[in-house]
Design a protein around this ligand. Structure first.
Ligand code: WTA
Length: 631
């Protein structure tokens, strides 16, 4: 199923648009099914109702584990590299991973978990996290992984939204020189989570934790009490595989739902093609499994293809800015998949950290999560790839399940900082504000997708209407991505960034409304408005304009209090980078905040603010400009 030449890509693409069902059925044939589908696809985008491989039966872990055992049982499935460079790495072969997954699946069963139950996972980047994820999939439980940087309140909201029955966590996690007390955060979260019956706690940092009788169990004790025989639950292709919460422009994060069959086919197909993975290569994705990139390209994509996936607990610049390069050298990494924010951060240390590091095993580089700037792209190309490794700039989203617009390594002619062309089966279109298709090349518009693909979200958990409103209502009969995009003279797609109120900070999606709600929870804050602004390393930073009438002299202290509040309510990842206190916000007469103006001010613009005549109180703009300048 690997595409070998550009001519083949063009032919495959044409076929995939003309005969989508035949195309995807052909790809799906390469996977292991207990029973094949009765129907490849039924769909409409108006409800929306999307079904792939209806009637088919399978278990994704049989594809990720069992089917590799006979030939590749002793091949490394996961190589784990600790946060601490002095600690030795761990290799789990397919055989060992299979055993551990089966064992832990039996632990879940023993604790009353059955098919369809939702399980919350809040863990460090350790092999047991992958084991926990796969163990859920083995027995048909739905995992909801929460990134280790979220607060107790965020966790509680997510647990309650999907009524999780059990939580899998650890005492703590290491990230760089920081330690996060995961169990403590979970304990705080669970005060408000009546549906959680059991908590399984892995020992990792060995920090003291409170263990509640009747609720909390040690991972290490539990796995001793079960055996390794755990037949995989037979799943329907459209049964739920996981929920992953993600931010949008309004309200609380949504639980994006992916189903077993389509997601598996899509993650596997895109992995093999875009990265040109070859047997015995080591694939290193630096994402965290708490995000979709980790789900699809640390766990499911690589393992479904029998690949070796490298999992790294720490951060690329700890304990020194050479760390990432040392890992590549040590494990002879062939494919490196990372984020622009990481590249920019590494770039800021210059080329010294790279000196003497053998990166000659690298063959393909990848970028994901945010638009990559040309400077970072060229640095990656020259200093890391030595102009010898194609860079695949992969555009996709939590909702799309896998890569959508991306070069295929060694196949697609590249352009710096450009996602290039849609993968086979993906039909992007650009539309104007009214939803009219913008045809031709050399144009800009809002990026939509007009035909389903197997990896797309099926619903948002517990609220199908919200899924419809968010993705399928802005433009009828189209999936709206929320991104702006340019199609250049050659028909290449270049993503320009979000066109909604979502900020992309270090590749993490953060809704402005969420941050505003968190800030507004601080006593003394009357109102706030949050916008993104260009940030050298993070891509975008968070700029908050806050009305706080009773501000005392120590405004710095108040800023710190507000940051603390945001950390409590959402998590440290949502802390504003800049705060200004103002007496009013630019509002229209109907009371709408004109973020356009605030965005310009946050970017440092003071004169060309556009039309301000519709503002209720234009004078407030002057005051805000002065306040922002003083930062
Ligand atoms: C942005 C991450 C430009 C985009 C996989 C999208 C990108 C959002 C790229 C999804 C890219 C992701 N170039 N922008 N290569 N990849 N984005 O759900 O705005 O965390 O809508 O999924 O990240 O973020 P999410």
């Amino acid at each position: 199923m690997q595409i070998k030449s550009f001519a083949e890509y063009e032919e495959t693409y044409r076929f995939s648009v003309e005969w989508p069902e035949k195309f995807w059925a052909g790809i799906a044939e390469e996977f292991l099914w207990r029973k094949k589908w009765d129907k490849v696809l039924s769909w409409n985008f108006s409800e929306p109702n999307i079904k792939w491989f209806e009637g088919a039966k399978l278990n994704i872990t049989e594809n990720c584990l069992d089917r590799h055992l006979a030939k590749n049982g002793d091949k490394p499935a996961i190589i784990w590299e600790s946060n601490d460079p002095d600690k030795s790495s761990i290799t789990l072969t397919y055989k060992v991973l299979h055993e551990q997954v089966c064992r832990f699946a039996n632990v879940l069963k023993k604790n009353g978990v059955v098919k369809g139950d939702r399980i919350c996972i809040y863990m460090p980047m350790v092999p047991e996290l992958a084991v926990a994820v796969l163990a859920c999939a083995r027995i048909g439980a739905v995992h909801s992984v929460i990134f280790g940087g979220f607060s107790a309140k965020s966790i509680a909201d997510r647990i309650n939204d999907s009524a999780c029955k059990l939580v899998i966590t650890a005492d703590g996690s290491f990230r760089g020189n920081k330690q996060i007390q995961l169990k403590e955060v979970i304990d705080d979260a669970l005060i408000g989570c009546p549906t959680v019956e059991k908590v399984i706690v892995l020992t990792h940092t060995r920090t003291p934790v409170s263990m509640l009788k009747g609720r909390d169990l040690w991972f290490e004790d539990e796995i001793k009490q079960v055996d390794t025989d755990c037949p995989a639950e037979e799943m329907d292709a459209e049964d739920m595989l996981f929920i992953l919460y993600t931010s949008g422009s309004t309200g609380k994060p949504k639980g994006v739902v992916h189903t077993v069959g389509g997601y598996m086919v899509y993650a596997g197909y895109t992995f093999t093609n875009a990265f040109n993975y070859q047997p015995d290569e080591v694939f290193f994705c630096t994402a965290d499994i708490g995000w979709i990139t980790g789900h699809s390209y640390i766990v499911y994509g690589p393992l479904s293809q029998g690949a070796t996936t490298l999992m790294f607990e720490g951060v690329p610049t700890h304990p020194t800015p050479s760390r990432l390069w040392e890992i590549i050298e040590k494990h002879k990494v062939n494919i490196l998949y990372t984020a622009p924010t990481a590249i920019r951060s590494l770039m800021s240390y210059g080329t010294d950290p790279l000196k003497g590091k053998d990166l000659s095993t690298l063959r393909v580089l990848g970028s994901v999560g945010e638009p990559i700037n040309e400077e970072a792209w060229h640095w990656f190309d020259e200093e890391v790839g030595h102009k010898n490794c194609p860079i695949v700039d992969t555009w996709w989203q939590t909702e799309t399940g896998g890569l959508m617009i991306s070069p295929i390594a060694f196949v697609t002619p590249l352009k710096p900082a450009c996602a290039t062309l849609p993968l086979p089966g993906i039909q992007p279109i650009l539309v104007d504000e009214q939803g009219n298709e913008i045809e031709g090349n050399g144009v800009n518009g809002n990026l939509c997708i007009k035909f389903p693909w197997p990896g797309m979200l099926r619903t948002t958990y517990g609220d199908h209407e919200r899924c419809k409103q968010t993705y399928f209502s802005t433009y009828p009969d189209l999936y709206f991505t929320g991104d702006g995009c340019m199609r250049d003279e050659d028909g290449y797609y270049k993503i320009t960034g979000r066109v909604d109120d979502v900020i992309n900070v270090s590749g993490h999606r953060i809704g402005t409304a969420e941050v505003e709600n968190a800030i507004n929870m601080h006593a003394g804050v009357v109102e706030s408005a949050v916008v993104g602004y260009p940030h050298e390393i993070k891509g975008q930073g968070i700029f908050a304009f806050i009305i706080y009438p009773k501000l005392h002299n120590e405004s710095d202290l108040t800023k710190k209090d507000i940051l603390q509040t945001v950390t409590r309510v959402i998590g440290a990842i949502a802390k504003p980078d800049k705060i200004v206190f103002v007496s009013g916000l630019p509002k229209t007469r109907s009371g709408k905040i004109m973020r356009r103006i605030l965005r310009k001010i946050a970017e440092g613009e003071t004169t060309n603010l556009g039309d301000t005549s519709t503002l209720l109180d234009p004078a407030v703009v002057e005051e805000i400009i002065v306040a922002a300048k003083q930062l």
